[in-house]
Design a protein. Structure first.
Length: 94
């Protein structure tokens, strides 16, 4: 599995989405690991190890992102970011 070495936070996108830095980072990780299949199957534990937060914190962040419409949970428990996130972030990508 690839490593996530750099996550660029587009501050204006983060503000427009009304999410915290950690929520943005988790969303970016989900997006990164969805690029080949369209959905992310890495565990919350794996995400927690990448960003240095507990699995409980990551679980809470994911639930907040689902509530905010940034992430959706699929029937098989995989995750994916919504177009809301992609469209806002893509405004600032080169």
């Amino acid at each position: 599995m690839e490593n996530v070495n750099l996550i660029k936070i587009y501050t204006e996108a983060r503000k427009a989405l009304d999410i915290t830095n950690n929520e943005y980072i988790v969303s970016s990780i989900i997006e990164f690991f969805s690029k080949d299949t369209g959905y992310c199957v890495v565990t919350r534990r794996f995400i927690s190890k990448i960003i240095g937060l507990s699995s409980v914190s990551v679980h809470s962040i994911i639930n907040k992102l689902i509530t905010k419409g940034i992430v959706v949970k699929l029937p098989d428990n995989s995750l994916k970011v919504t177009d809301k996130f992609k469209n806002e972030v893509n405004k600032y990508r080169g």
